[in-house]
Design a binder for this molecule. Structure first.
Ligand code: TYD
Length: 133
């Protein structure tokens, strides 16, 4: 459910040279198997539009901003991400859509699984049915 969608603070170091943020073993609640990122996303385009049967994700706005819609089949919520030291934890069985990318936005995704199209739910009606079932 949406109560398992959480913002995670990423520890950061700061000195006169700037910030350094670190993600290590205990920062996020799963072992990272894959990292991917979205960039040069047109401001009117929309990403995501799927849920996962197995994959847990953490989404970070490494640069710029965008909005993430999360939906557990009952409740929807929009979260604006614009801080490189905040990660949005999205567990399995949560529908997500990402839009309103600012210019220069970089959306980093830490994933708990290797890429496997078979564990995607890309049809919203299928998603709704699996939530009810
Ligand atoms: P897609 O799932 O549409 O991206 P998003 O969730 O950001 O909207 O993926 C775009 C293409 O990239 C699609 O053909 C699947 C492929 N892809 C990989 O090959 N490996 C990956 O790790 C990911 C995330 C996607």
């Amino acid at each position: 459910t949406l109560s398992n969608v959480k913002l995670i603070g990423i520890p950061k170091m700061h000195d006169e040279r700037g910030f350094l943020a670190v993600i290590e073993k205990n920062t996020i609640p799963f072992a990272i198997k894959r990292v991917y990122y979205l960039y040069d996303v047109p401001s009117d385009s929309y990403r995501g539009g799927h849920a996962h049967k197995e994959q847990h994700s953490v989404i970070i706005a490494l640069s710029g901003s965008f909005e993430v819609l999360v939906d557990d089949g009952k409740t929807k919520k929009r979260i604006m991400l614009n801080k490189p030291n905040l990660g949005l934890l999205i567990p399995t069985q949560i529908w997500r859509e990402i839009d309103n990318f600012s210019s220069g936005a970089v959306c980093l995704v830490l994933a708990s699984t290797e890429y496997n199209e078979a564990e995607y739910i890309r049809d919203y009606d299928d998603f709704k049915n699996q939530c009810l079932g």
